[in-house]
Design a binder for this molecule. Structure first.
Ligand code: MD6
Ligand code: FE
Length: 215
């Protein structure tokens, strides 16, 4: 972590204006500490299988959230809500660790309110989409990856715009801000067996979001 402190700040790669990749952002120790936080969250807010609006087609990822709000998808649409769709309970709190990472990567941004946790098994993917369900669409979105590597694709703000692909490895961070805040992006594939951080393989991605417009 510690992008801003220390003699050797992790170097960011600007993939396109406003799209920054931080390879190796989290050390192995930090990844394991985050993983322990995520396990506690999942024990309290179990992974659920969302479905697409209208069609009801299941996502290939399972998800859960922590923070005041969580992102959900069901037949009636995409939205943020304060409770788990299956247990009805409030989402677990956002761990201090995630708050510190947010401040490190996007200093000065209003505090995150939601962390969406996506779990990919072998063969899971995430179609091209924009993160646009937030009331405030100007605050950056921060993504953290743990486990097997993935091919992440990012393009422009229109669906047909050209895209480029980036490999996200365990411990990498990726930030969409500015001109890329509303860029289309998705996960084409998981590279099986590229990490042994998650027992049983697979990949976890955490995206930290500000939802509401701050005062
Ligand atoms: C994933 N990531 O990496 C999916 N990434 O599994 C995203 O959808 C995403 O919403 C970076 C910034 C914002 C995002
Ligand atoms: Fe996204």
């Amino acid at each position: 972590m510690a992008r801003t402190a220390g003699l050797f700040p992790a170097s960011a790669v600007e993939v396109q204006p406003g799209a920054h990749h931080f390879p190796g952002y989290l050390s192995e120790i930090e990844q394991d500490a985050l993983l322990a936080d995520l396990r506690t969250i999942v024990a309290n807010a179990p992974l659920f299988q969302p479905v697409m609006p209208r069609t009801g087609k299941p996502f290939s990822v399972r998800m859960t959230n922590c923070g005041r709000l969580g992102w959900v998808s069901d037949r009636s649409g995409y939205r943020y809500q304060a409770t788990h769709p299956e247990t009805g309970a409030p989402w677990p709190p956002l761990p201090d660790r995630l708050q510190r990472i947010w401040v490190d990567l996007v200093p000065g941004a209003p505090a995150p309110e939601a962390a969406l946790i996506n779990h990919y098994r072998s063969g899971a993917r995430m179609g091209l989409h924009r993160d646009e369900d937030e009331d405030d669409k100007t605050v950056p979105v921060v993504s953290l990856s743990i486990g097997d590597a993935a091919r992440f694709r990012v393009g422009g703000t229109k669906r047909g715009d050209p895209t480029r692909s980036v490999r996200l490895d365990s411990g990498d961070a990726f930030v969409l801000s500015g001109a890329s805040r509303l860029a289309y992006h998705g996960i084409d594939r998981i590279y099986d067996g590229t990490s042994d951080r998650l027992s049983g393989g697979g990949r976890l991605n955490v995206t930290l979001r500000r939802v509401s417009v701050s005062e």
